[in-house]
Structures are given as structure tokens and as C-alpha cells.
Design a protein around this ligand. Structure first.
Ligand SMILES: [Zn+2]
Length: 62
């Protein structure tokens, strides 16, 4: 399986293609998407990091 940095992401559930990269709210440059150890967006310019919420929120207990 080749690991290529894709600019677009295919949403199988909705059947749409969306832009994967998003802009940094702080400096406006394109942010990098990381999956490990946790899914997050990181800006290499100003080190702004935005954590992605899990798609399936687990509600255990409480
Ligand atoms: Zn930035």
C-alpha cells in the first residue's frame, strides 16, 4: 500500500470528494494532516495544532 499525500479525500458514506487540506486559522497557510498518534491538523509555520474529534464518539458510562 503506497502512502501518498493526497490533497483530496473521498467520502464513501456521502459519495463526495472534499479538499483534505485546510488552512491555518492563525496564519492562513496550508496545514498538514496527521493521523498518528492522534488525528490532527498541524501548521508547520506557526505550530498551530488542531485536534480532530473522533467520528464515532464513544459514550460509556455516566
Ligand atoms: Zn499557522
Amino acid at each position: 500500500m503506497a502512502h501518498v499525500h493526497k490533497l483530496y479525500e473521498y467520502d464513501y458514506e456521502k459519495g463526495t470528494i472534499r479538499l483534505k487540506n485546510k488552512k491555518c486559522p492563525r496564519c492562513g497557510s496550508i496545514m498538514a494532516h496527521h493521523l498518528k498518534p492522534v488525528e490532527r491538523w498541524h501548521c508547520g509555520k506557526c505550530s498551530y495544532t488542531e485536534f480532530v474529534r473522533p467520528r464515532k464518539p464513544t459514550r460509556k458510562g455516566r
